[in-house]
Design a protein around this ligand. Structure first.
Ligand code: HAM
Length: 436
């Protein structure tokens, strides 16, 4: 038997419904916050992600799916959305038309990681990127959009952590003291941290292995090395968050796992006992140097990405269900060849008018067909035998009231449509859409 690759998964209908609902909520919130959707390729030329040989992030050094295409060009399956979108921003010269651009995206990302709950090799991100604003209000607005999504899906136990890793000067000053400090503990640092000490000491603070050691906890804090400008920016972000009544925690060790950040960094964690170690559902920050690094004009940027699987896992953990119960408007029971043919025609007519319908295709007994009407949660059951076809009538049963009527064959659509409108006073989506 062929099986799916490690770290991937199938989304079957039951789960697909939650995905669709989550996507709908994301689209609604991003519209409220005035983001526009963009879609970029799932693979890019490798340089989009492998830009800097000093990059120490796991994502770039260990986890990308790199391959040569048939023309021997180096390609990479996107491990995240940010760099690909930056490439698109530059290539399409978006900066020439708009001073500030606010984009969102959703789609699969690929990282060759060790698998565990909440960590796959193919996973889905919903991301936001804002280009062209240096204002701390933009950082805060991005965070507030994430919080709005979390509220809209009804997730409760989350914690927003923020920090600033400052501008280039702040980080240079901080790196010096950090190297001096960790040089005293070389014998205690893990293998990866020894490498980070040489290439990017800041990322030692992101180490999952060393983080519980006492020497680690006593390391100098970036907050003490921020330039006045960086402090002012960070204070501006915190002030705006307070103004919007967004609860947060300043975590002075938060540096994020990617090398491109400047100034603000943040993560949103599921803060519920027993959820598991992969509890960061959203991460992001400001990255003022990337657009220039990829070959564009100097453009400040800030953004975030949610892991959508982790969002859904967190919802499941809190026993929250995103989907509304599914139903059909009409289940057609047909008995005999002529009736089946007419049913197909009637279903087509009803479906064109926006009613969801289904019939039996297997010549099953009337009892089995009634069972299907039940299983699919049909609001109405329409019953048609060859006799009815000859008399050009159809029997309709309202499954909520058990009321049954015989009506003209071609009246089925208007009959059900009118009943749905009256009954629900527009809780029926089809009726609402028709009215609009
Ligand atoms: P990231 O922290 O690498 O940031 O990923 C963002 C989110 O994607 C994580 O918080 C997590 O929820 C989810 N995620 C990452 N890897 C996996 C995985 N292997 N399996 C399941 N979920 C995963 C970024 O990707 C940045 N591009 C975010 C950003 C946008 N920064 C600025 N703009």
């Amino acid at each position: 038997m062929l099986t799916k690759p490690k770290g991937t998964y199938d989304i079957l209908p039951d789960k697909a419904k939650s995905w669709v609902r989550l996507e709908e909520i994301i689209r609604r919130i991003t519209k409220l916050y005035h983001y526009e959707e963009v879609r970029t390729p799932i693979f890019e030329v490798s340089e989009v992600f492998h830009r800097d040989e000093n990059d120490t992030s796991d994502m770039v050094t260990k986890e990308t799916y790199d391959f040569l295409d048939r023309s021997e060009r180096k390609m990479t399956l996107r491990p995240e959305g940010t760099a690909g979108l930056a490439r698109a921003y530059i290539e399409n010269k978006i900066y020439a038309n708009e001073q500030i651009s606010k984009f969102f995206y959703m789609g699969p990302m690929f990282r060759y990681e060790n698998m565990q709950k909440g960590r796959q090799r193919q996973f889905t991100q919903f991301g936001l990127e804002v280009y062209g604003s240096t204002s701390p209000l933009s950082d805060a607005e991005v965070i507030s959009t994430a919080v709005a999504v979390i509220k809209a899906i009804g997730l409760k136990g989350v914690k927003v952590k923020v920090n600033s890793i400052g501008d280039d000067i702040s980080r240079q000053n901080y790196k010096k003291v950090l190297v001096e400090y960790f040089n005293n503990y070389k014998d205690k640092l893990c293998k990866d941290c020894l490498k980070r000490l040489e290439k990017n000491p800041l990322r030692i603070l992101d180490c999952k292995i060393d983080r519980n050691e006492e020497f680690f906890k006593n390391a100098p804090k970036i907050g003490d090395y921020l330039t006045d400008e960086s402090k002012e920016h960070f204070n501006g972000v915190l002030e705006a968050l307070k103004e919007m009544q967004i609860e947060y925690i300043v975590d002075s060790n938060l540096v994020r796992g990617l090398d491109y950040y400047t100034h603000t960094v943040f993560e949103i964690e599921v803060d519920v006992e027993g959820f598991g170690s992969q509890n960061v559902i959203c991460g992001g920050g400001r990255y003022n140097n990337m657009i220039e690094e990829i070959g564009g004009p100097k453009t400040p940027a800030v953004g975030l990405a949610f892991g959508m699987e982790r969002l859904l896992l967190a919802l499941e953990f809190e026993n929250r269900i995103l989907t509304k119960p599914d139903y059909l408007h009409i289940y057609f029971i047909s008995l005999g060849k002529k009736a089946q043919m007419q049913t197909l025609r009637l279903m087509n007519m009803c479906r064109m008018g926006g009613l969801a319908c289904e019939m039996d295709y297997l010549d099953r007994s009337i009892k089995a067909q009634f069972k299907s009407a039940d299983k699919y949660n049909a609001k109405f059951t329409a019953i048609l035998g060859d006799n009815e076809v000859e008399n050009f009538v159809i029997n309709v049963k309202n499954n909520e009231t058990d009321e049954q009527e015989t009506i003209g064959l071609n009246d089925i659509y208007s009959y059900v449509f009118n009943k749905l409108s009256v009954n629900s006073q527009s809780s029926c989506q089809t009726c609402k859409e028709k009215k609009e």
